[in-house]
Design a binder for this molecule. Structure first.
Ligand code: FAD
Length: 441
């Protein structure tokens, strides 16, 4: 019997899943699949990676939900191209459905997969699911890629009608009638963390649910208070892996708080930019910023990573990141600005470090924000802007509640002296960047 595959990637949920709904409506029994991608796992920094633990638990939940509904869930470990080539040998597959992913690696992978499948006579369909507007759906009036967020936001919110945020009915049709049931022998055992060479990492993960209504209503007042763990939504991890759907998150924000809606729209914006300019994953968008003579001092980089710079807000942030995999937005901005301007270290070093540590690591958001802070991006803070970490601290943590939580020795002799003086560092960075830009013409 012909079947179709639904390939889960950044959409670890059954409800409101556009690609899954399309597969279920195709008339062919659906076999859901998740591939633990060896290309990605080989580069994980730690054998006990918290993100892999999160993914593993969510995939196991999907498998259980599929079995309860009367279907079989396929989970495999390997390179997607090879795994899918094997799956189409093992099953009589007419089509593979999935949701689009806009990162450079993912677009290359999907192109190769589509080509391989077509050689086997299998259709490949990818749907827009993780954003509301993708690729070139929002362009400037003159047809160019938007690089001013204000104008993009205006065009976006004008185009954003309620029907675009309606949930799709994937869950309703996720029943025995629409699912393929393979024997366990045929589906094979699902990989475990141990069988893939990994171990479990016990870490706090924000729950898979929408933030409380009160938090969302007050978001614009509380979002820049790092000491307040309820100050922002903490939905980034669930958006990253699609355990929450962007439509449900946006519906809530649209109804309750326009500031929050605008922040979520940054996510679509950066995904759109990375899709248009995939080279910016690893190089500065602005050609004039590609020859900046960063100092890249390894000892200073280590001091930043370990939270030993002598700037309390920077150190508190880095220690929170190392311990929890999370960092509030304003503190992300402070530590990033400090690395690229005060220590004058290449933004790519910081971007990589965040990639290793952040639970919500998302290449488009991370690269976009790092380039913003470094003044190198398609959209950026001015390259000569250097935020004072002490002023930031006075604004966001005046009573030092956040700092004392993470840097208890602050104010004692055990706490290091500042690694560099603010005014000196600012002038050093601004002069060096100015000269590099002049030389670049
Ligand atoms: C240097 C730097 C690196 C960053 N790296 C990442 C990353 O890898 N992954 C990531 O999801 N976010 C990243 N951000 C953006 C932002 O800091 C986080 O999304 C946010 O702190 C997550 O917490 P929250 O869910 O409580 O956010 P909230 O403030 O509650 O915002 C709600 C949602 O809006 C989106 N959002 C908010 N701010 C931004 C922003 N500036 N850019 C893009 N999307 C945004 C996120 O999806 C977030 O979950 C980075 C910011 C900086 C300055």
């Amino acid at each position: 019997m012909k079947i179709c595959i639904f390939w889960h990637r950044r959409d670890l949920r059954i409800h409101d899943n556009v690609g899954l709904a399309a597969a279920l409506a195709s008339g062919l029994p659906v076999l859901p699949l998740f591939i633990y991608d060896q290309e990605i796992l080989d580069h994980l920094p730690d054998k006990a990676d918290a993100r892999l633990t999160f993914i593993y638990d969510e995939v196991e939940k999907l498998a259980q939900e599929t079995e309860v509904a009367g279907g079989t869930f396929l989970a495999c470990y390997g390179r997607p191209l090879e795994v899918l080539a094997q799956v189409v040998q093992d099953f009589d597959v007419a089509a593979v459905h999935t949701n689009e992913d806009y990162e450079p690696y993912a677009t290359r992978r999907d192109a190769a997969v589509a080509q391989m499948l077509s050689q086997h006579g299998v259709e490949f369909y990818a749907y827009k699911d993780q954003v509301i507007f993708a690729k070139d759906e929002i362009m400037t009036k003159s047809g160019t890629v938007p690089k001013v967020f204000g104008a993009y936001l205006k065009a976006y919110t004008t185009k954003l009608t309620a029907d675009l945020l309606e949930p799709c009915d994937s869950k309703k049709h996720f029943t025995k009638t629409h699912l393929h049931h393979a024997t366990r022998e045929k589906a094979g055992p699902r990989p475990t963390l141990e069988s893939m060479g990994f171990a479990r990492r016990e870490q706090y993960f924000p729950p898979v649910k929408l933030p409380a209504e009160g938090l969302v209503r007050n978001y614009h007042k509380t979002r820049d208070t790092p000491a307040d763990e309820q100050g922002s939504t903490r939905e980034s991890l669930n958006l990253r892996f699609g355990t929450l759907s962007v439509r449900e998150v946006m519906r809530q924000a649209r109804e309750l708080n326009p500031k929050l809606l605008a922040e979520i729209i940054w996510r679509d914006f950066f995904m759109m930019l990375l899709w248009h300019f995939p080279n910016t994953a690893t190089e500065s968008y602005d050609p004039k910023m590609r020859c900046v003579p960063y100092r890249n001092d390894e000892d200073e980089f280590r001091a930043w990573c370990e939270g030993r710079t002598g700037y309390p807000l920077v150190d508190a942030g880095m220690r929170e990141l190392n311990e929890t995999g999370y960092l509030p937005n304003r503190v992300r901005m402070t530590v990033a600005g400090f690395l690229v301007k005060h220590l004058f270290i290449d933004w790519r070093w910081g971007e990589r470090y965040f990639a290793d540590k952040l639970l919500d690591y998302d290449q488009a958001n991370n690269v976009g924000n790092w380039q913003w802070m470094a003044g190198t991006g398609a959209i950026s803070a001015p390259w000569f802007r250097v935020y004072s970490p002490d002023n930031q601290q006075a604004q966001v943590d005046p009573e030092m509640k956040y700092i004392k939580r993470w840097v208890p020795e602050v104010g004692t002799t055990k706490y290091p002296k500042p690694i560099v003086e603010h005014k000196f560092a600012r002038e050093r960075a601004v002069e060096a960047i100015r000269a590099a830009r002049l030389a670049a013409g």
